[in-house]
Structures are given as C-alpha cells and as structure tokens.
Design a protein around this ligand. Structure first.
Ligand code: AMP
Length: 388
C-alpha cells in the first residue's frame, strides 16, 4: 500500500485526550485531522479540521468520518469491532477489527494471552450467579471481578475479600458478564510501549514504571527501575503479543512485576496510552508521532529517551473549588503543563498531566510528588485567595 503522506487526513474515532495529542502531533507534521465524537466540544474536536458529531457506535457517523479520511484510527478500544469491520471495506482501519474483537473483551484477551503461553493472573469467566461462586473459589480470595466490556480506569471492577460479599460486588457491576481474577500483591507495575509498522517491524519506547491511585494511573517514571533482563523479557512478551495480533500502530502492555521476580501480563491496549505520555516531551519521537508513522505506512521514528522523566496525572478532583493554582505548578521551571481542554472537571476525570524532566530521575520524582502535594493542598484554599 502507498504511504499516506503529510497533507493526507487522519480520521480518529473518539475525541478524548489521546486524539487531541495525536492531532497536535499530526498538525505539526502537516496532516489534516477528522474527529468523530458525541460531544461537539470534545477535547480533540476543537483541533480538528473536520469534526463529525455522533455516537461512537453510529455506522452513519463513522461512514461520514471515513469519507473525509485516508486512514482511520481510534482514541478508545470501546468502538464496536463490527462497526470497524464495515469501515474496513471503505478505508484502512488501524488497529483492525480483528485486533479490537480480541482486546475489547477482557475474557477474549485472557484467552488470547493463554494461547500465546504468556503468564497472567489466575482468572475465570462469570456469566451467572451460579458460575460466580465456583469461579471465585477457583481463583481464590482476595479476588477482583472485572466486567468483560467497557471497563477503564478501575471502572467496572470490584475487589472481593470474602465469599459472602461476592453477590453484592457483582450486583454493583450490574451483573454484567465478567472475568474474575485473583488479586495479586505485586512489587511494581510497568508498561511496555511499542509500535508495529505495516511491515511488522517493532520499536520500543522505554518501559514506564507506573503508580496507581484508586485504580487510575497517578505517575509514570522512566527509566523504570527494573533489571535489564526483566525489561528484555517484558519487551519479548510485547513483541509476541503485537506480532500474533498483526497489530499496526502503538500498543501498550501493562504488566505486574511480582516479588519473586516473575512478570504477569495484566492488560493490552492497542493504542497510545496514558503511561506513554512522558514520550511527548521526553523522547526523540513521541508515542503520538510514532502511531501516526505506523498507521500512515511510514518508517518508525527513534523512540529513545532524551532525558529521564516523570509524568503526573491531573484528575478532576483538583478542580473541586475552581481552576487549580497553576502558579504553584509553573513555579517549577522543569514542569511542563498539558491540559486537555475538558469540561466539566468531574471526580476522577483525566484533565491533564504534568511532565517533569531532569537528568536525575529521583529528582524528577521528588518534584512530581511536591507538585502533587501542593496542588492537593491548594484545593482547600478558597478561590479568592488563589492569586496571592
Ligand atoms: P486494569 O483496569 O485491569 O488495568 O486495573 C487497574 C489497576 O488496578 C491496575 O493497574 C492495578 O493497579 C490494579 N489491579 C488490576 N487487576 C489487579 C489484580 N488482579 N491484582 C492486583 N491489582 C490489580
């Protein structure tokens, strides 16, 4: 297939922050952007050359996007695979409907990982009240129930410590088809970030070391503090996953590093990823440019790290009494502010992030923690005193 050169139009289904940062990089490179989102004021919609307002599962809206686009990509994996299959006859869709069919269903994803012989937490499917108890006994307690579809940022998940709480936990998830997993005590969480091009070549961004709060990513740090041989093994897992899926574009694989030194695959995301935001400022090629290169049939860029970095997520909680105190953030000269232009700022919603670069990654971490602390403190300060 001929490459799609700058001047061409990249269509994105979903207009969240991933689409927005993709749009920023695409525009820098001279591409045009078309975005489909239900919210005309969505994060990426205002940066789009062409915006299509419509539901993410509307075939009519997706067809209209396809008409304007040379290639179609995704901001979220929660777009029906059947819809993508219908678009594939019109324009190249990357990632493909085949990849989505496996990845957007947690149980299909687990079965795929098992077929690849990759290590993961003990898990079992749940489809009825009867299967719930048997599945929980098979994986053991504590465990976590995760809905098969539509979960993200800890949503659609419930931890269960005792058998008698199983029914209530599943009811809070609407008794939706689910996977039950043993809840493991890991030492660290990391993510492998890779891009696969049309010819099957794969390049890795540096592995990120991640910390979560309430199931939502809090910080990512690079380089990750893990032994080289484990990093190579994690990349090998990523290589096998992306190759077996025939994926094209960026992909993130989240893994647990266990206390005994083993690795367990937690989750595959067939797109750019929050834990790769550090690359937008800290790497020669950001994950967004890399994704554009891959889906447009261009050679992959150099993903090497220019400087150690820590990325700190900014959640809607910080907007509780109005806009956070940006003076606090920007008084740190190494802090780079990214805001996604989202409204309203609800609790847990990803509103932006801060990237801190430093020759010394411990120092970057310290600055990130200081900024997080200062921002959390400032939420308690009344708005009228913010500018003091
Ligand atoms: P997920 O949506 O599966 O990525 O889960 C969000 C976060 O919840 C993960 O990054 C972990 O911090 C935590 N988590 C998820 N599954 C498990 C598990 N089986 N055992 C322990 N922690 C988990």
């Amino acid at each position: 297939m001929n490459p799609i050169w700058p001047g061409g139009t990249i269509g994105i289904i979903g207009g969240g922050q991933l689409a927005r940062m993709l749009a920023l990089e695409a525009r820098r490179m001279g591409y045009r952007i078309a975005v489909l989102d239900p919210d005309p004021e969505g994060s990426a919609m205002r940066l789009a050359d062409i915006s299509v307002t419509g539901a993410l599962d509307s075939l009519e809206a997706a067809r209209s996007l396809a008409e304007h686009s040379d290639v179609i990509t995704l901001d979220t994996e929660h777009v029906p695979a059947e819809l993508l299959e219908r678009l594939e006859v019109l324009k190249p869709v990357r990632p493909s409907s085949n990849v989505l069919r496996i990845v957007q269903d947690r149980f299909e994803q687990r079965r795929f990982l098992e077929a690849q012989g990759l290590p993961q937490v003990r898990n079992a499917p749940v489809s009825s009240a009867e299967s719930l108890r048997a599945a929980a006994r098979a994986v053991g307690f504590p465990c976590v129930i995760k809905t098969r579809r539509s979960g993200y940022d800890g949503k659609g998940q419930a931890r269960v410590d005792r058998e008698e709480d199983l029914g209530d936990a599943w009811r809070t998830l609407g008794e939706a088809p689910a996977v039950i997993e043993s809840f493991v005590h890991f030492d660290r969480e990391i993510s492998v970030l890779l891009a696969r091009d049309l010819g099957g070549n794969i390049r890795f961004h540096p592995i990120a070391e991640n910390s979560h709060r309430r199931g939502i990513l809090h910080t990512s740090r690079v380089p990750a503090r893990i032994p080289t041989e484990l990093a190579r093994q994690a990349e090998q897992f990523g290589f096998r996953i992306a190759s077996a899926l025939g994926h094209v574009g960026m992909m993130a694989i989240e893994l647990f590093l266990m206390r005994d030194g083993g690795l367990l695959v937690n989750e595959i995301a067939p797109r750019t990823h929050n834990s790769g935001h550090y690359s937008f400022g800290a790497c020669a090629t950001s994950q967004f440019e890399q994704h554009i290169r891959a889906i447009c049939g261009l050679p992959l860029g150099d993903p090497s790290l220019l400087r150690p970095a820590v990325m700190l997520n900014l959640l809607g909680d910080l907007w509780r009494d109005g806009s956070p105190n940006w003076r606090t953030v920007l008084s740190h000269p190494t802090a780079r502010l990214h805001l996604y232009g989202k409204s309203p700022a609800s609790i847990g919603r990803k509103m932006g992030h801060i990237l801190i670069l430093s020759e010394d990654s411990d120092e970057a971490e310290e600055i990130a923690q200081t900024i997080a602390f200062e921002l959390e403190q400032s939420v308690a300060i009344p708005l009228e005193r913010r500018s003091e």
